[in-house]
Design a binder for this molecule. Sequence first.
Ligand SMILES: NC(=O)c1ccc[n+]([C@@H]2O[C@H](COP(=O)([O-])OP(=O)(O)OC[C@H]3O[C@@H](n4cnc5c(N)ncnc54)[C@H](OP(=O)(O)O)[C@@H]3O)[C@@H](O)[C@H]2O)c1
Length: 141
Amino acid sequence: MKERKAIKDRFRDKVAIITGGSSGIGKAALEEICKEGAAAIFTGTRDTGREIEKQMTAAGFRVGSCQGDMANEKFCRDVVALTLQKFGKVNYLFNNAFSFTAKALDATSADWERIWLAPWRLRAWGRWWPSRCASRAGDRL
Ligand SMILES: NC(=O)c1ccc[n+]([C@@H]2O[C@H](COP(=O)([O-])OP(=O)(O)OC[C@H]3O[C@@H](n4cnc5c(N)ncnc54)[C@H](OP(=O)(O)O)[C@@H]3O)[C@@H](O)[C@H]2O)c1
């Protein structure tokens, strides 16, 4: 597959929040936007974000990880507050956090349960809370 070429400095001085940035599509988006000059805070439910933060920081990118559940209002506020504290503003929000499987017929019952039995709070609010909190970032929440 042809590799995408980063556009240098396209997002210079911009700050992004990427929910679910610790794996899959979110992690790919995190890496690309940082290569193009942005700083970013990303989330995930597991502690894998710390290692990603460590490696990306060592590579010269401005990133921060935040472990927690996007269905939790307080956590969403904390993510935006951390972003303001670390980088001073929020320009972009990528509301991506949600479990997914692309295994099709190879998916296990556990895979489907993780996805379809995901807490309704995440389905309903996992995108609304971060949007609301980020939109108020200009008023410092
Ligand atoms: N892959 C596809 O073909 C496809 C197709 C259609 C739509 N999508 C959508 O694209 C998005 C990403 O999919 P993906 O394939 O990249 O999934 P993925 O590899 O399973 O990644 C999901 C990410 O979301 C995080 N996450 C899950 N629940 C969370 C929660 N409650 N709070 C905070 N973070 C949470 C995960 O963190 P942890 O791993 O730490 O839990 C992980 O970083 C999802 O919204 C999915 O529905 C994907």
